[in-house]
Design a protein around this ligand. Structure first.
Ligand SMILES: [Ca+2]
Length: 477
């Protein structure tokens, strides 16, 4: 890689104007101690049952399993959408996709495509911006997918450094489309096109390790949204053909290697006890060969648990209980407020944030405590299900919208007790009319607030839009 480009940038940040002025704020944490670092490892299309500590018997994931042994597994951890763009908008803003209008693209499709005029509104306050304001060095290393126009890039949304792809690895040149050769970017410049996908997991890892090393003396936030194991699958030579689960298993085992490299780096630098590391995924696995959302029903793109409930491990030695499991409902939207408070700041106060402070769940202090009455499952613009406590209600819909297939007609009311029936197999709606009524009322609250297929919500905010989008291409010599 081009080390000079990266180190030149890191030096600029360290010597940057404004940093010395907030040196005391930079170092002091909320309780007078040092502010914690955050490393958020976010896979693409990894299923609930795809790692060892969540039951995979095929993919070897000793490093993720080590995180679970030294930290806590979150077994009811959700994303807000079964597909990439809306799911990531939630993680970054702490809001439902419909709140920030990232639930569909401009043509009604479920994710953003290259050269789209749409992106996450620059006026939204991302988790990176919240942490940057607390003196953090911030990096996005991996797949962005919140808009590929300059106005929407990570560097315009609170990240000091960006290295990666502006969108998924299946969006290279296509006949009849104005998509450019699949770009690898550093900050706002394309540095390779088409990118050599075989090496992205390894190169993301090297970039993350270098960023951590360059910022070891100040608090940092590394957001590492891997390109894998989203199709087309690619791995470096060291991992090809090595797993018992084809190229999919190879890709997961390379991600596991990456997790190990990052954990080892934190330990070597003496940063492990002041760094919260989170491993999870942006949505469930697709239905392809070798992929597993077991024991959940459904897959990527759906509002069944398999689409939106993710394997999640959080590790912070001495802070988060080791070898523990937390089955309380939490979600990616909760990370923004939780990180903000851990960093000594506040989530944005001037707008609705759907995420909740989940520090009591992280630190294992409250058994049976939950931060929210209800969690909502949207498919694009349509509210399809609601969960409250152990109960999940699939709403009766005359026409159930789907991401890639024809809409389903006449979807009936279904109620599942997820504590007893995680696989959503036994509809108990007839036995619990009172619970159906209560969850239906909660759904109506969400419809008024966030809207539904047939109406806007009263508290939605606009997405970003540009008039003349252009493709991200290599600069001409
Ligand atoms: Ca995805």
């Amino acid at each position: 890689m081009d080390r000079r480009g990266f180190l030149g940038y890191a030096g600029a940040v360290l010597a940057g104007a404004g940093l010395s002025g907030r040196a005391s704020r930079v170092r002091a944490g909320p309780e007078g101690g040092r502010k914690p670092n955050f490393v958020l490892i976010f896979c693409d299309d990894l299923g609930y049952g795809d790692v060892g500590c969540f039951g995979s018997t095929k993919n070897r994931t000793p490093n993720i399993d080590r995180m679970a042994a030294e930290g806590t597994r979150f077994t009811s951890f959700y994303v807000s959408s079964g597909v990439c763009s809306p799911s990531r908008a939630s993680l970054l803003t702490g809001c439902y996709p419909r709140r920030v209008n990232m639930d569909v693209d401009t043509t009604g499709l479920c994710v953003l495509f290259p050269v789209s005029p749409k992106g996450l509104n620059p006026s939204e306050i991302t988790v990176a911006e919240v942490l940057k304001d607390q003196g953090y060095a911030t990096a996005c290393i991996g797949k962005w997918h919140q808009g590929d126009q300059l106005e929407f890039l990570p560097t315009r949304q609170g990240f000091d450094y960006f290295y990666g792809l502006p969108y998924p690895n299946d969006m290279g040149t296509k006949a009849g489309k104005n998509y450019p050769p699949l770009p690898l970017m550093r900050n706002e410049e394309v540095i390779e096109a088409p990118v050599d996908l075989d090496t992205v997991t390894r190169r993301y890892t090297e970039e993350a390790i270098q960023f951590i090393g360059a910022n070891k003396d100040r608090p940092f936030f590394v957001y590492l949204p891997h390109t894998m194991p989203h199709v087309p699958l690619h791995v470096s030579d060291a991992f090809r053909g090595k797993s018992a689960n084809g190229l999919y298993g190879d890709a997961i085992e390379e991600i596991d290697w990456s997790v190990g490299r990052i954990l080892d780096t934190l330990k070597k630098l003496g940063l492990d006890e002041r760094t919260l590391v989170i491993f999870t995924s942006d949505n469930g696995a697709s239905g392809g060969e070798g992929r597993s959302n077991r024991p959940l029903r459904g897959q990527k793109g759906s509002t069944w648990e398999g689409g939106m409930r993710e394997p999640c491990v959080m590790c912070w030695p001495g802070k988060i209980p080791a070898g523990a499991t937390c089955n309380e409902l939490a979600c990616t939207m909760d990370l923004l407020p939780t990180f903000a408070l851990l960093a000594g700041g506040q989530p944005p106060q001037d707008r609705i944030i759907d995420g909740q402070d989940i520090r009591p769940l992280l630190f294992g202090r409250k058994e049976g405590w939950t931060p929210r009455e209800a969690f909502y499952y949207y498919q694009m613009e349509q509210l399809q299900a609601v969960r409250s406590g152990p109960w999940k209600l699939h709403l009766p819909l005359k026409l159930k919208k789907r991401n890639w297939a024809e809409p389903e007609p006449d979807s009936p009311v279904r109620l599942y007790d997820l504590e007893a029936d995680i696989g959503e197999q036994r509809n108990v709606a007839a036995q619990h009319p009172d619970i159906v009524q209560r969850l239906t009322a909660l759904a109506e609250k969400a419809r008024a607030d966030l809207g539904d297929l047939d109406r806007p919500g009263k508290n939605q905010r606009p997405a970003g839009m540009v008039a003349h989008p252009s493709p991200r291409v290599m600069p001409s010599k």
